[in-house]
Write a protein that binds this ligand. Structure first.
Ligand code: NAP
Length: 263
């Protein structure tokens, strides 16, 4: 059975990769493509936007009924767009990769998960899902190590640190049974580094798809655990796989680990 997918953020860097992934077939197909009411892409054919023959699915504004005919909505947009879309989802499943969500917006996802399946992930790659687990284990095995997380992204990225870097920080803290305490960058006479907090450093520039390194620095040795994404196609493939997984399941929050069979 093919799952009908609506894309929120269809004109964006990620939305286009999701459309291209759906066009490969394989159990999920494009049913709606949604953007803002001010989008320059309104009315364009989704497939033509990604260099494919027309699909007949035209980009439409976020409004009541825009996801009609969709089983699942795959969202890579902006926090405000995701918040505005939630009332239009009804009991449709949601797969979201939008980062930079406020505590209130995260709570709204919990609310939605009482009505429908919701899977939010900071990063839809298999490699990062594994890296989260490795970071948790390493932090637990090396309690004395100072941890610093460094991420690099393209110049257009709107939030910092990345959702993935924050998730890595949570994984490290979880490995140590602590709640995450973060230090964002350093400047001036900072004094000696205290042991507890996790250092977070965001580099921005050029066309970098996404790089993350977790450093564990001890006396006499250090470990770095790193991941480099070389194409957004890898995130799109993970998101479409998640969409197929959650469609038709009971309402609750789902984790990407479950989809990938890692938990
Ligand atoms: N979880 C992951 O694996 C992963 C991977 C990569 C990126 N991301 C995250 O995904 C999000 C999108 O990234 P991107 O690089 O694709 O961004 P982008 O290129 O800026 O695309 C944003 C999309 O959101 C749409 N949008 C913006 N405001 C809207 C609104 N009010 N209503 C409806 N649609 C709206 C835009 O449409 P118009 O401007 O045409 O209206 C556009 O299609 C970011 O939060 C990014 O951090 C997550």
């Amino acid at each position: 059975v093919s799952v009908s997918v609506g894309i929120l953020g269809a004109s964006g860097r990620m939305g286009r990769f999701v459309a291209a992934e759906l066009a490969k077939g394989g159990g999920a197909s494009l049913a709606a493509a949604v953007v803002s009411g001010e989008s320059r892409s309104l009315g364009c054919d989704m497939h033509e936007l990604v260099g494919l023959p027309p699909s007949g699915v035209l980009l439409r504004p976020l409004a009541p009924g825009c996801f009609e005919g969709c089983d699942v909505v795959v969202d890579f947009s902006q926090p405000a767009a995701l918040a505005a879309a939630l009332p239009h989802l009804g009991e449709r499943a949601l797969v979201s990769g939008t980062t930079g969500l406020s505590a209130e917006q995260l709570a709204a996802l919990d609310d939605q998960s009482r009505r429908a399946p919701v899977l939010w992930a900071a990063n839809f790659s298999v490699g990062v899902t594994l890296l989260l687990e490795l970071a948790r284990q390493a932090a637990r095995a090396l309690p004395e190590a100072d941890v610093e997380i460094v991420e690099t992204h393209h110049r257009h990225k709107k939030d910092a640190p990345s959702g993935t870097a924050l998730a890595l920080g949570q994984a490290v803290a979880a490995g140590r049974g602590e709640s995450p305490a973060l230090v964002h960058g350093r400047e001036g006479i900072t004094g000696e580094r205290p042991h507890g907090p996790i250092g977070m450093h965001a580099l921005r520039g050029g066309d970098v798809v996404g790089e993350h390194t977790v450093w564990l620095l001890s006396e006499g040795e250090r470990i770095s655990l790193g991941h480099h994404a070389s194409s957004r196609a890898t995130f799109a493939a993970g998101a479409v796989r998640a969409a197929r997984f959650v469609a038709g399941r009971p309402a609750r929050r789902y984790q990407l680990r479950e989809v990938l069979g890692l938990s």
